[in-house]
Design a protein. Structure first.
Ligand code: FAD
Length: 357
């Protein structure tokens, strides 16, 4: 990568779009930067001339607690949004990751989800509007600020998970959720059977994680009576919020995400080398795996893909990424993805090399 990188920190969406237009017209390669927490995800950047930081786009644009919708700029952090919402006992179900600084734009661009996906789906499901700066300098909007607003093509979903290769997200609107009246976190040193039992409860957990060392953790939301009843039925010990997120403090140097149909997750994880560790959301079919070498990744990816899923590198040294590739076997939609890339970013200046196309 070229070492002479210019850093731009625009104050407004319009300024960001103009910077993007000028850079694209000059054929410069541009990398959008949020909190830089997830810059290891994806392929090795082929080049980067300009880093376009979103950190100064950090305002809550509009918040209507009664309508349960919020619009924010993309550079605002997850914890700043959480602070704004909690005064009204509302929240966005992004995980409580104990490391501050992840931006809303970065979360949407990476499309990553955590264990709360079991109850709330992915942010894709509660994202209701988006505003994106495109390399031609225009600002495109899709969706809106009300919950029922989509007709025709749902263009905003294109930018979700596109790793900043189709445009730079400058703002987004979300449906928000009420805090539960009661919640409880419990854990056991159990097994897959314990996880299955918890998932089958009349009030299922909002998140359930199983670890390679056999631990299981479940988090319940509901009325105080109901969550206590679930805790009693399981008979597991109470765990603290700190204990429940301890594993998410670690950012392993070599880390992959395995996504398969739920029914196949156990087989895939049981095939991983015993010397490595993982944690999984069995109710969702996703596991994070701290792997050791490239050959193990190749073998695990083969199993995951044969099970109808995928294995994506979240963090890995460049030589490992180059050897095994970040994304795996290209999907059958590759040709459509190429055409979309050509339409949105004809000169391929946005994050070249990071995504599949
Ligand atoms: C230790 C650790 C634990 C984590 N645990 C969880 C978890 O439990 N649940 C969960 O959901 N996520 C989790 N994540 C993922 C993480 O929260 C998100 O992917 C992260 O918030 C990305 O935000 P960022 O601002 O740091 O992005 P950056 O690292 O700055 O950017 C990531 C990518 O997105 C692009 N990008 C950034 N901003 C924009 C923008 N505005 N428009 C277009 N493209 C953009 C960048 O070019 C880059 O390719 C975890 C990450 C780490 C490191």
């Amino acid at each position: 990568m070229v070492s002479n990188i210019t850093v731009e920190k625009p104050h407004t969406a319009e300024e960001l779009a103009a910077t993007l237009r000028d850079a694209a017209a000059a054929g410069k390669a541009i990398t959008p930067v949020g909190g830089r927490m997830a810059s290891g995800i994806g392929g090795v950047l082929e080049r980067c001339d300009i880093e376009l930081h979103t950190g100064r786009l950090d305002r809550v644009l509009e918040y209507s607690p009664a309508d349960m919708v919020v619009s924010v700029e993309a550079g605002i952090t997850r914890e700043e949004v959480a602070d704004a919402l909690k005064r009204n006992q509302q929240f966005l179900p992004f995980e409580a990751v104990p490391i501050e600084g992840h931006t809303i734009g970065g979360l949407l661009a990476t499309g990553l989800t955590g264990p709360l996906r079991l109850r709330y789906g992915s942010p894709r499901d509660f994202l209701i509007g988006i505003r994106v700066a495109l390399p031609d300098g225009s600002l495109a909007s899709a969706g809106g600020r009300v919950v029922k607003n989509v007709s025709g093509y749902d263009m905003m979903k294109l930018h979700y998970g596109a790793m900043g290769t189709l445009g730079v997200i400058v703002a987004a609107s979300f449906k928000v959720f009420p805090f539960p009246l009661g919640q409880m976190m419990v854990g056991s040193s159990g097994s897959w059977d314990d996880a299955t039992r918890a998932l089958a409860l009349p009030l299922p957990p909002v998140s359930l994680e199983l670890f390679s060392d056999g631990r299981v953790q479940a988090h319940f939301f509901g009325s105080p009576d109901a969550v206590e009843a679930m805790g009693r039925e399981l008979g597991w010990r109470s765990i603290s919020a700190a204990e429940s997120i301890e594993h998410r403090m670690a950012a392993p140097q070599r880390w992959a995400r395995i996504t398969v149909p739920r029914s196949r997750l156990r087989d895939v994880l049981e095939g991983l080398p015993e010397t490595t560790s993982w944690w999984a959301s069995p109710g969702v079919g996703i596991a994070d795996w701290s792997f050791d070498d490239a050959d193990a990744v190749i073998a695990a990816r083969k199993t995951a893909e044969a099970a109808g899923g995928s294995l994506v590198l979240m963090a890995a040294p460049d030589d490992v990424k180059k050897k095994v590739g970040a994304w795996g076997t290209p999907p059958p939609t590759l040709d459509v993805m190429r055409r979309l890339k050509d339409a949105f970013d004809p000169h391929h200046v946005l994050n070249p090399g990071r995504f599949v196309v």
